[in-house]
Ligand binder design. Structure first.
Ligand SMILES: *Cc1c(COP(=O)(O)O)cnc(C)c1O
Length: 236
């Protein structure tokens, strides 16, 4: 038994359990599990983990740093990976994120949105993004503060070089189910309030991580970003 095989088998078991939990949570919100996409967060993990994920049919992979995204995207070029940029992107790194990511979840400022839009316009395409909103009530989190979110979404959706497909949020670091649920609910209500906006083309809700994804799905998540629950703890 090689490490590779052990890693593959562990992932297979965890993934099957995660899929059951996704399906059950989707059923509780009256949806099919196919309405919820699993974005497997490979950040901090070596290439072997990416290979194992691909071998299990996970094609949506998430990274939170532009350098690591670019490096892994080059390494796995031609393997059909849809890379998701889920972490904060500094404006000066917008180009790297825009080039490698199939979807940028973390558009959290007009400045970054503007840079990505200009990149899209220069390349004759529209860069797919989500607008990150801070519905956690935590000052330290990235994203448009809730009170400014509708204006922010309108401004981002109005940019010609972007395809705005929905919203993303990060819940506070807590195990309190009511607090988590409230964060996800407020995000869904924001999307509903924004629904008719010019330029908002999708109804995606990127919400839920390893410790809160079932609540997020019950509240309407269409994309869960799962790292630890699939791959175990990240190496230091
Ligand atoms: C790391 C990360 C995740 C995955 O976190 P886990 O708790 O390991 O599932 C999800 N979303 C974002 C934005 C992250 O940075």
């Amino acid at each position: 038994m090689t490490d590779g095989e052990a890693c593959q088998r562990a992932l297979r078991e965890r993934l099957s359990r995660v899929r059951e939990r996704v399906a059950a949570a989707a059923a509780r919100s009256g949806r099919d599990q196919s309405a919820v996409r699993i974005v497997a967060v490979t950040k901090g993990h070596p290439h072997g983990v990416v290979g194992a994920a691909l071998a299990e049919g996970l094609a949506d992979l998430g990274e939170n740093r532009v350098e690591e995204l670019a490096e892994k995207a080059s390494r796995f070029e031609g393997r059909g990976v849809r890379w998701h940029m889920i972490g904060h992107v500094q404006s000066r790194k917008a180009g790297g994120a825009g080039r490698h990511a199939a979807l940028i979840h973390s558009v959290d400022s007009i400045r970054l949105a503007g840079k990505l839009s200009r990149l899209g316009e220069a390349e004759g395409r529209r860069v797919p993004v989500l607008v990150q909103v801070n519905t956690s009530g935590e000052a330290a989190k990235w994203g448009f503060p809730e009170a400014e979110a509708l204006d922010g979404i309108a401004a981002v959706a109005g940019l010609g070089g972007l395809r705005v497909l929905g919203l993303m949020t990060m819940a506070p670091f807590t195990s309190d189910a009511r607090t988590l649920r409230g964060t996800f609910q407020r995000t869904r209500l924001l999307l509903e309030a924004a629904a008719g906006m010019h330029g908002l083309e999708g109804r995606e809700l990127s919400m839920g991580m390893s410790n809160d994804f079932e609540i997020a799905i019950e509240e309407g998540s269409t994309m869960v970003r799962l790292g630890t629950t699939l791959f175990g703890e990240r190496p230091r």
